[in-house]
Write a protein that binds this ligand. Structure first.
Ligand SMILES: Cc1cc2nc3c(=O)[nH]c(=O)nc-3n(C[C@H](O)[C@H](O)[C@H](O)COP(=O)(O)OP(=O)(O)OC[C@H]3O[C@@H](n4cnc5c(N)ncnc54)[C@H](O)[C@@H]3O)c2cc1C
Length: 264
């Protein structure tokens, strides 16, 4: 079956073309082109936008805006995004990171979507041609989404407040057994005043660890004080099973790795 590629100079025109049956947006193509090559007949046409503005990374006044076509490699080497570099570097190997985009990562099903886990912990806003929405709303509705994501925005976290961990069995570029991102605000004596924790592979898309977040408030991240948060880590999760790990295994090791991340 032939695969058409349509290139547009504006998001608006590409968006109109994307409404046709069988059309899919083309980011870096690491997932959608592979799917087409592997015989996914639901894809008959790829639509892309040749606007360099979609690859722009802007950091100003403590705010970050990543164009949807910004690649993981570009984020990982950006001098002002050191706090995010571990999450960007967690995506595949160098060849994949040179192609893999922010926009595509938002749509990537588990065990992929490591960068989207970081964006969820950062409470990112997802921008589309039509407007903007919180990342949680976007992730919930992404399966039926026909809009083109143009950018994501969030407040730049400090190195101290943002933590990211990916667990894989093949080093350095295996897919996730799980990934965890945590944005923690603490007082001078180390007491947690706010916690936002996102998990990858604990559902078909990134989810928040709401019970853990709540249990962490007021704690000091000592082994004793994080114990209730770790005990609550299993609440609301439905881990995936794939050739890398079973749902049972993922659920068993989640508190172990969460404990390591929080004790860092
Ligand atoms: C060998 C290999 C290893 C990988 N390892 C990892 C890994 O470790 N971690 C990880 O997270 N991922 C991994 N991936 C998956 C993938 O590379 C990344 O998730 C990547 O970020 C997807 O982005 P993309 O631009 O390539 O997406 P594409 O393949 O271009 O698109 C993926 C989906 O998103 C849609 N889409 C893309 N951009 C937009 C947009 N701007 N607006 C609307 N829809 C859009 C496409 O239509 C498609 O449905 C791996 C893939 C491969 C092949």
């Amino acid at each position: 079956m032939s695969l058409a590629l349509q290139t547009f100079s504006t998001v608006k025109d590409a968006s109109a073309a994307l409404q046709a049956a069988g059309s899919r947006y083309l980011g870096g193509g690491t997932l959608v082109v592979r799917a087409a090559n592997e015989g996914d007949v639901s894809v008959s046409s790829l639509v892309r936008v040749a606007d360099p503005g979609l690859s722009r990374i802007a950091v100003s006044g403590g705010k970050v805006r990543l164009g949807a076509s910004a690649t993981m490699a570009a984020i990982a080497r950006h001098p002002e995004l050191a706090a995010l570099a571990p999450a960007a570097r967690a995506v595949g190997g160098p060849a994949i990171r040179n192609m893999a985009t922010v926009g595509g990562n938002l749509f990537a099903p588990a065990p992929y979507g490591d960068f989207a886990v970081a964006l969820l912990a950062l409470d990112a806003t997802v921008f589309t041609e039509d407007g903007e929405m919180p990342i949680e709303t976007f992730l919930t509705g992404r399966d039926t989404s026909r809009v083109i994501v143009t950018a994501v925005g969030f407040s730049l976290p400090s190195m101290e407040s943002f933590r990211f961990l990916k667990v894989s069995r093949v080093k350095p570029k295996g897919v996730s057994v799980l990934s965890i991102a945590a944005l923690l605000q603490r007082t001078a004596d180390g007491t947690v005043t706010s916690a936002r924790i996102a998990l990858g592979c604990m559902a078909d898309r990134p989810i928040r660890a709401l019970a853990t977040e709540k249990a962490l408030l007021g704690s000091k991240l000592t082994p004793q004080e994080i114990a209730p948060a770790l005990a609550a880590a299993g609440e609301g999760i439905t881990p995936i099973t794939d050739p890398i790990a079973s749902a049972w295994y993922r659920a068993e090791v989640l508190p172990v790795h969460l404990g390591r991340l929080l004790s860092q």
